[in-house]
Design a binder for this molecule. Structure first.
Ligand code: AMP
Length: 566
């Protein structure tokens, strides 16, 4: 028997979700469905993404819809287009045997006309991003004065993304006696304000600890010098041959740059950030979902609402400034009861941040050494052996070649043959890692003091571009914004000289800014920057510039490369 039956869910819904493999309720579903399906109370659900939230509100909401009426009765608001599409798709799947329930998704980045015509045809449940919904309301193309239930999914994210005003305006147009169901993973102050304004006497459910990370995820961090950040990332990937990860960067420019470096180094990676068109974002997501992409390099904003199960690792290429973002990032792994790992690449200046995160999520982040060559080679070897164990032999296709092959190797005994095959695969790993140094900061030698000291040198950055290159203060600021993706206020004082400039960078963005210029060329000249402001040192060239070092080469990348070139 399907456990959902005990909760009085319509049989058509049970049939559909059974086909989806839902048999037992997840904790959030257990605690919310019986309350929500009555449709009487306001509701607050504190739960991470991946806990089964969509069904927790979706199944009761669908059950409450009166299909004899043509009015919109349920309004679900979600922070991103991706999440919006995902929720609508999930709800449609639940309604496989309840065709009469009409669900329409409205979100930006695609034609508004089609969405208007879908609404006109009749919708019982509308899933919307606040921005697009506001647009439709302004154009008088949607009437939300009839709704009975408003669901605010990932409400904390909507506030983070600056939708407070839109939410106020939207909710102000809905009937006072509607029920509001709010879901959030964290409970920042803004959410408290919304709940006290819109949710009188709510039924409250918390899954896990507020602001906490999922139980089944582990959290580790590495400490490396700033210059070794990218190398550490490569080590993580090399030491985990079956990795299926999201790599979080802080800026769009960094996201783009890291994914390009990974691609250049032969890894199966691509980027997801706000500078890409919706079509490209959809394409990247499709490749990631169907696993033809192994590493998704993303900004926080672009990755919001990504609903992909089985993400094995969340990698913080750089730790976020806000602890809540850490929780959201790590919520992309360890979904639906599966286990996952969040790895943070830190430098010595990040220690305070790490302690703060630990306090907030009530979990220890475990210091771990960056894998060395031996570990990487071992991991690759074991993965290779596993592949041999599992490979399907195409007996028919290879049979015609076998006689010649057997003849060629007839003088090599079995043991020797195995050794040779292994060596063939492994020489390149071993060769590469033979010369690779230990990336871990040796605390006993106190070499990290150097990093700390250099941080104290000030926040002035030298760059070898100046008036001679056609820059003045204004154009230099525009250029810095363009290259780093950071806002104007990051660049506090710009002093343009003839052949170079000094820029005061707002803490803590210096590493981001410096990294944005790594290996960049301006009118044929290599850009040099220096964080201390002395101006004489250029940065060490990146490992990627030394040629292909990665181990993942997928022919499918070609398509993406063409796309980039065009
Ligand atoms: P969500 O938090 O709604 O994004 O759900 C996370 C994942 O868990 C989705 O892939 C759902 O299809 C899946 N899921 C949700 N509820 C159940 C359930 N009761 N049993 C099995 N899988 C579920």
């Amino acid at each position: 028997m399907n456990h959902f039956e005990e909760f009085g869910i319509k049989k058509e819904l049970i049939k559909a979700i059974t086909e989806l493999g839902f048999e037992k309720l997840t904790p959030i579903q257990e605690q919310s469905i019986s309350v929500l399906k009555e449709g009487r109370q306001n509701f607050i659900g504190m739960a991470q993404t991946g806990t089964g939230k969509t069904a927790a509100f979706g199944l009761p909401l669908i059950s409450l819809v009166d299909t004899d009426s043509r009015t919109i009765q349920g309004l679900i608001l979600a922070p991103t287009r991706e999440l919006c599409v995902q929720i609508a798709k999930d709800l449609e799947n639940y309604c496989k045997y309840l065709n009469e329930v009409k669900i329409v998704a409205v979100y930006g980045g695609v034609s508004i006309r089609d969405q208007i015509s879908s609404i006109k045809k009749g919708a019982h449940i509308v899933v919307a991003t606040p921005g697009r919904l506001t647009d439709l309301i302004r154009r008088k193309k949607i009437n939300i004065s009839t709704i009975k239930y408003a669901v605010l999914d990932e409400a904390d994210e909507m506030l983070n993304m600056g939708f407070q005003e839109d939410l106020d305006a939207i909710l102000g147009l809905t009937p006072a006696d509607k029920r509001t169901w709010l879901f959030a993973a964290t409970m920042p102050e803004g959410i408290r304000a919304i709940t006290s304004r819109y949710l009188s006497d709510p039924f409250e459910v918390t899954i896990g600890i507020k602001n906490s990370a999922a139980e089944n995820s582990s959290h580790i961090y590495y400490v490396v010098h700033e210059r070794d950040r990218y190398k550490a990332l490569k080590r993580i990937v090399d030491a985990n041959p079956n990795i299926f990860a999201i790599v979080f960067c802080r800026t769009r420019a960094e996201t783009q740059k890291i994914s390009e470096k990974l691609i250049k180094d032969g890894y199966n990676a691509d980027s997801l950030h706000g500078d890409l068109s919706q079509t490209l974002r959809d394409k990247v997501m499709k490749h990631y979902r169907d696993r033809s992409l192994q590493l998704l390099v993303a900004t926080d904003v672009a990755a919001r609402g990504i609903d992909v199960n089985d993400v094995s690792h969340v990698i913080n290429y750089r730790l976020p400034d806000e602890t809540e973002l850490y929780t959201h990032r790590s919520g992309r792994t360890a979904r639906a009861g599966k286990s996952g790992i969040t790895i943070s690449i830190a430098n010595t200046k990040d220690m305070g941040k790490i302690r703060h995160i630990e306090k907030q999520i009530n979990r220890k982040l475990v210091y771990t050494k960056v894998p060395g060559g031996v570990e990487v080679c071992e991991a690759q070897l074991m993965s290779f052996i596993k592949k041999i164990q599992k490979v399907e032999i195409n007996r028919k296709e290879i049979s015609k070649y076998l006689p010649v092959i057997y003849d060629e190797v007839k003088d090599i005994d079995k043991d020797e043959l195995i050794k040779r095959i292994i060596s063939l695969e492994f020489s390149r790993f071993i060769e590469y890692y033979r010369e690779e140094e230990d990336l871990n900061i040796d605390f006993s030698k106190k070499d990290h003091v150097r990093t700390k000291g250099s941080a104290k040198k000030g926040n002035s950055m030298f760059i070898n571009l100046g008036a001679m290159d056609g820059f003045n203060t204004g154009s230099m600021q525009d250029y810095l914004i363009k290259m780093t993706g950071l806002p104007a206020k990051t660049f506090k004082r710009i002093n343009v000289k003839r052949t170079f400039s000094f820029i005061d960078i707002k803490a803590p963005h210096m590493p981001d800014v410096i990294d944005s210029f790594e290996n960049e060329i301006y009118k044929g000249r290599k850009i040099r920057t220096d964080a201390s402001g002395s101006g004489n040192k250029s940065r060490k060239s990146s490992p990627s510039s030394r040629g292909k070092k990665g181990f993942y080469k997928k022919p499918s990348r070609k398509k993406f490369k063409n796309r980039r070139a065009s």
